[in-house]
Design a protein around this ligand. Sequence first.
Ligand code: FAD
Length: 415
Amino acid sequence: ETVIVLFNRDLRVHDHPALSAACERGRAVVPLFVLDPAVPAGRRTPFLLACLADLREGLRARGGELFVRRGDTVAETLRMAGESGATAVYAGADVSGLARARERRLAGAARIEVRLFPGVTVVPPGLLRPSGGGDHYRVFTPYWRAWSAAARRPLLPPPERVEVPSGLEPGALPASAAPGGESRARGRMTAWAREHLAGYADGHDDLAGDRTSRLSPYLRFGCVSPLEVASLGNEAFARQLCWRDFHHQVTLAFPRIDRDDYRPRGHAWHDDAGAEQAWKAGMTGLPIVDAGMRQLLAEGWMHNRARLITAAYLVRQLRIDWRTGAAHFFDLLLDGDVADNYGNWQWVAGTGNDTRPNRSFSPIRQSRRFDPAGDYIRAHVPELAAVPAPYVHEPWLSPRPIPGYPRPLTSPAPR
Ligand code: FAD
């Protein structure tokens, strides 16, 4: 009996329920990844390739192999079943519309048994249902309570041996120097937890301190199991992982989260190509916004507090459609993920669930509070590198001209 393990965004050997189940009882296993043009990774491609190279190493160390193919995932999986004689496909269950369409197409193929396993979230999406009825939680706090009390499956060790059938071509994998992969993810998780986990509640909003885990790209590609990350402990940190699960269970119930307002608010959005470009380029003239947007351009990552500030500025001050901002983030973020990106954007825009859209929000107050010395701004906006603290937040008040830095696009928000 031969089983294909179809990898997707679970690029690891530790705590991999589908891989562990396939390796039981000495069955032959075909670990497979399909580079599918329908799932363009864009800026994430080098990171993905590094993840795949590391996964291949992890499987080889256990006697196995990672088979890489290019093309339509379903067609290539069925072709591989034909070549290897596999009768079943095991895969991680996912939530996005694209992933679920693929799962349905695979399941519809007559020749093969398809089994889906948990592993993309801490608690499987759809498992927890609100007591008042409905197929998902719309509000975070009751979800957090149910999530905290939910039973957890045990963590799985990597399989000792992965027996692959002989005679299959592994498939070429372009080299990549990006820092992706399970080995790095595990190293980062351990080192960060030792140094910063205990101080997470106090430190995670300090923009210049940069003390969050930066595990998000690794979680995005499943280089580390979210269940294992949650098992590190610390309530404030677990709460962030619960937000991740929360958005995943919303996406399972509402797969058009990337397009349609979850809860329409009847906003009229402004079209303003100039303002949109200035926001994308980090040239709005509002330093905290520009620092975040330039961090995104430079690193493919942005601190959570800066994501909140830059997103709120786009939808509240510029009144530009959240879809415009979300698409830009999704293109550039290494952790760009359907549930987390669009869920958070809708939350900020007030079209999502559990939002208080009329809560007042001042980017300048945020700037003073979360980057009091202005060091985050100075690190990302070199034009302001020499501007002292009070003016670094509001350079238009500075008595000296600041060459090269634009005047604010909008009249500054109330302070
Ligand atoms: P930590 O603070 O160390 O948190 C640990 C993990 O918890 C993160 O790696 C992430 O997986 C999860 N997490 C933390 N905050 C959130 C949150 N608000 N929602 C969901 N999960 C969370 N995160 C993504 O992974 N992908 C995205 O595409 C994404 N887009 C976002 C867009 C906007 C507008 C906003 C406001 C937030 C977005 N986030 C997204 C959530 C959050 O900003 C990042 O997960 C976080 O900044 C990653 O840094 P970290 O790993 O150091 O986080």
